[in-house]
Design a binder for this molecule. Structure first.
Ligand SMILES: Cc1cc2nc3c(=O)[nH]c(=O)nc-3n(C[C@H](O)[C@H](O)[C@H](O)COP(=O)(O)OP(=O)(O)OC[C@H]3O[C@@H](n4cnc5c(N)ncnc54)[C@H](O)[C@@H]3O)c2cc1C
Length: 388
């Protein structure tokens, strides 16, 4: 693998190679998603090796567009690999990695978030095409996306999980309307998306008809790993920011109580990092299991506490904010910002990708074997389930 990395950098010097060309060559060398099979951007190696590749290429000055296509890299790519036809894999994976095509995830709706299987967007067969109608919400990066992964109801008379089908939708198709939604950071990172008689060719189906939930699970499991399973260098990321702010304080303001708080969070951050390394080592190319929910839960709650400390370390400066002018970010996750922006953005961590309460339900049921959540709609056709 190291030889491949060296050859890639030698044959495509990052300083003089266009980013798209470099990323295309990285994909062809199997260094894009190293745990994917050869021919699809990988080498069939352990997922654990990807951070090594990332760091080595970063040192060589290579482009890294992971934040620009966060949903493409983290969720669309593994879903296409698992669910897609050969033609779909050939068509979508490479331009996804080079960021010629940005992807978004169209699951949540105004009446379906935690209980996403209750969604109401309809797809009705019309010859070789499907007619898509409905509204999605909180769609991160829909404004930059070329393609979306959409879950739609194709059989309202089946139970909620059984009447869903998974499609790829062209976000530039007639009838797709994207409207910004602002977050408390001031940014509009996500959107409302309206579908009005959008035509989706049957060849863009990612699942068998009525089997969309199986694909949704693949996406959601990978989403949790992609949000919570990142392996950054020791002491970097949010805790690195907190340590930096602590060291900026004059010596006489470095009180023992705050130092204890910082140390405890540093230890927790390192524990989370090592747990993620262990989980990555255990999983090869398959769909991640409930360890993704553990990582997502730990990440969300820890991130919020670390950024709270960062804001506290700033003192009154923590109340100063650069600008609430609406921005349309090109990347997800608030992009790297100052501590105040990251503090506000971190509040969403325990909502996006499944709330902390829902992660605890999954862990309770699937890991600890506790009794299941109450489900009043079990065995009832979706059309007969009361909803507002
Ligand atoms: C920054 C951000 C980006 C997002 N990006 C996307 C995206 O790109 N694509 C997409 O499809 N969605 C996206 N989402 C939506 C996200 O997945 C949902 O917000 C989330 O799943 C929660 O759904 P909801 O907002 O409808 O809340 P609800 O499901 O209505 O939940 C409300 C409250 O009830 C609690 N609750 C609900 N059910 C249970 C239960 N069974 N047990 C215990 N407590 C429960 C929840 O924990 C929460 O506190 C994004 C959200 C955010 C904040």
């Amino acid at each position: 693998m190291i030889r491949r990395l060296d050859e890639l950098v030698e044959s495509h010097p990052p300083a003089t190679t266009e980013a798209v060309e470099f990323l295309g060559a990285q994909f062809d060398a199997g260094l894009a998603f190293v745990h994917f099979p050869p021919g699809y951007g990988g080498l069939g190696f352990s997922r654990q090796l990807q951070p090594l590749i990332r760091d080595r290429l970063k040192d060589a000055g290579a482009p890294n567009y992971a934040a620009r296509n966060a949903i493409g890299y983290g969720m669309a790519a593994p879903t296409i690999l698992t669910m897609g036809s050969e033609a779909q894999k050939r068509r979508y994976l490479r331009p996804l990695f080079t960021c010629e095509d940005i992807w978004c995830q169209l699951f949540s709706e105004p009446g379906a978030g935690s209980d996403v299987a209750s969604l109401a967007t309809r797809a009705v067969k019309d010859g070789d095409e499907w007619l898509l109608n409905g509204q999605k919400v909180w769609t991160t990066l829909a404004h930059t996306s070329r393609f979306g992964m959409v879950l739609a109801r194709t059989n309202p008379e089946a139970e909620k999980h059984k009447g869903l089908t998974y499609f790829v939708v062209d976000m530039h198709a007639p009838g797709v309307e994207v409207r910004p939604l602002r977050q408390m950071t001031g940014d509009a990172e996500f959107n409302e998306v309206y579908f009005t008689d959008v035509r989706v060719p049957d060849g863009e189906r990612l699942s068998e008809v009525g089997e969309g939930w199986r694909g949704a699970i693949v996406t959601l499991m990978n989403e949790r790993v992609s949000i919570g399973g990142a392996i950054s260098p020791r002491g970097s990321g949010p805790i690195g920011m907190a340590v930096g702010l602590w060291l900026r304080r004059p010596l006489e303001q470095r009180d023992p109580v705050t130092r204890d708080r910082l140390t405890r969070l540093w230890v927790e951050s390192e524990t989370q990092r090592l747990t993620n390394i262990r989980a990555a080592a255990a999983s090869l190319a398959g769909t991640p299991g409930p360890e993704g929910s553990t990582a997502k839960l730990a990440y969300a709650e820890l991130n919020k506490r670390v950024y709270e400390l960062c804001d506290d370390l700033l003192g009154p400066e923590g109340m100063l904010y650069d600008s609430y002018e609406m921005r349309r970010p090109e990347g997800a996750g608030g992009e790297a910002g100052g501590p105040q922006r990251m503090f506000l953005r971190s509040r969403a961590n325990s909502i996006e990708g499944g709330t902390s309460e829902v992660m605890r339900n999954i862990l309770g049921e699937r890991v600890l074997g506790l009794p299941g959540d109450v489900r009043v709609d079990k065995g009832v056709p979706w059309s007969q389930v009361p909803r507002n």
